[in-house]
Design a protein around this ligand. Structure first.
Ligand code: CS2
Length: 492
């Protein structure tokens, strides 16, 4: 391990706090990242640190937490250094990351965030604000103008609350000052994520001024990206276990699998970006085939396993695929329902890709909770599962397994597990979904009423008789026999 990747030593009995070592280079801030979280710190931030080591450049990162101060509070005493721990099947490898220059908390000080975003030294604003952070309608990709945050932000140029509000009001400041715009680099799991954020930004900007919208259209760049690395939430025991390994106390480490992939459309304002090519980021013309492959093969089965696994009493994905019934269900989803309609990216074998996914899921060192992945299903189902279902129905391909995953989600949002215990459902639509589920007395009524949520199910799909029948049968079976027996029946 090169010296600059080593941690400062300290006594582990009464460990000193991790600090950025004296003399660590501190490049100027070229990137502001909105929605700083474990995923970005374990993925994009590491690539960028490596790119600067390889080729230089001023690509220091200022992270922004939109709401909560916890990460800033944990990272500030460490001078924003943190440990990224690789969880390999054979052991854990810690590595010190020093690419962060600071963390701002938007709720506390919106002006500081707008100032950082308007600094002409900043060339890229990247985002991981989760699917719901784009304030769009998942089924159409359009800005949800009735979203309370959007209504608020249109009226408060100096103190927005949404990522979209920050982007547009900062772009307006840059335009007014005669500066160049920044590149908006979306790193969330949305199909055509650059197009989605570009569209909502332009729709918001149109409501501000047609000139601003035209300037953004002509000068700004919104490359799409495909991001991939499994990053389970850090647990208190991870922090403790790390102390003897690094000889210091790091209150904000991130845990990640060895695998990583980043595919980026090479379209940046004035061509300005870190030397991604030097560190294995794939720079391509068109990211769509990569995004479809990843969202449908990985995230599609992740969500399917999360709902079915949770209902079957499995705590993690590794535990879920260790069950032969769920494992063969997952393989059949790939082989029979997901990959037949997929166009593989150039040079990629979908068989190899899904075989590698199964290995990644099975890594026992990754304790990725089914409950964590089950969050925000209303925002995830369209791009992960429903798109494949719609295409399969149109092409006469099977949808039985994917429909079972949707039925499991419907059971899940009903809020009661197979043992009769309450489920802590986290979803922006949780209240409404529960009401809709409770309003129906039978499997038939519950399915019909949940299918009426237009933000999730487009009308044509919701009205499809084949899908409706499958969902009702599956829902009934999940209710009567439970998840494992339902899958067994399906596979016999
Ligand atoms: C997961 C993803 O939480 C989830 O919904 O499916 O975070 C997944 O681990 C990543 O997309 C992997 O790249």
């Amino acid at each position: 391990m090169p010296a600059d990747h080593m941690h400062p030593a300290g006594a582990s009995a009464n460990p000193q706090r991790l600090r950025r070592p004296e003399g660590t280079p501190r490049p100027l801030t070229g990137i502001v990242h909105l929605g700083l979280g474990a995923f970005y710190r374990a993925h994009g931030a590491i690539y960028i640190e490596e790119a600067m080591k390889a080729s230089g450049g001023d690509w220091g990162i200022v992270g922004v937490s939109l709401m909560r101060p916890d990460q800033r509070d944990a990272l500030a005493p460490q001078d924003f250094a943190y440990t990224a721990v690789e969880l390999g099947p054979e052991g854990e490898t810690p590595r010190l990351i020093t690419v962060l220059n600071g963390v701002l908390v938007a709720r506390e000080n919106p002006e500081a965030v707008l100032k950082a975003l308007s600094d002409p030294q900043v060339k890229i604003v990247s985002l991981t604000v989760t699917e719901k952070g784009y304030c769009h309608e998942p089924s159409t990709g359009r800005l949800n103008r009735d979203h309370p945050d959007i209504r608020h932000d249109l009226a408060h140029p100096g103190a927005p609350v949404s990522a979209i509000g920050y982007l547009v009001w900062a772009l307006e400041r840059r335009r007014a000052a005669g500066h160049r715009p920044f590149t908006v680099l979306c790193c969330d799991n949305l199909p055509d994520n650059g197009k989605v954020v570009g569209r909502v930004v332009r729709e918001f900007a149109e409501a501000v001024s047609p000139d601003l919208a035209r300037w953004i259209e002509a000068e700004c760049a919104f490359p799409s990206t495909m991001v991939d690395r499994i990053v389970p939430a850090t647990k208190p025991e991870d922090i403790e276990k790390l102390v003897p390994m690094i000889g210091a106390l790091d209150l904000s480490p991130v845990m990640h699998e060895p695998f990583r992939q980043w595919v980026v459309e090479d379209h940046f304002v004035d061509g300005l970006r870190p030397d991604f090519g030097a560190v294995g980021v794939e720079l391509v013309e068109n990211v769509t085939p990569y995004e479809h492959m990843k969202l449908r093969c990985l995230n599609g089965t992740h969500s399917s396993l999360a709902y079915l696994g949770y209902l079957a009493g499995k705590e993690t994905i590794a535990e879920t695929v260790a069950d032969p019934v769920l494992k063969s269900f997952c393989t059949r989803l790939w082989n029979e329902e997901i990959t037949p309609g997929l166009k593989a990216p150039p040079g990629v074998s979908l068989n190899d890709y899904t075989a590698a996914l199964l290995k990644r899921y099975s890594n026992p060192a990754i304790r990725h909770r089914t409950w964590q992945i089950a969050m925000d299903g209303s925002q995830k189902l369209p791009q992960r599962i429903l798109g494949t279902i719609a295409e399969n129905l149109a092409a006469g391909r099977p949808v039985t397994g994917l429909a079972l995953a949707v039925a499991a989600w419907m059971r899940y949002v009903g809020g009661v597990d197979e043992k009769g215990n309450a489920i802590d459902v986290r979803d922006p639509l949780a209240g409404r979904l529960k009401e809709l589920s409770d309003a129906g007395a039978t499997a038939h009524d519950k399915v019909k009423s949940l299918l009426s949520v237009r933000e999730i199910f487009p009308e044509a799909l919701a009205g499809n008789a084949v899908l409706q029948d499958l969902l009702i049968t599956h829902y009934q079976s999940l209710q009567d026999k439970g998840a494992l027996n339902t899958i067994k029946d399906l596979q016999s």
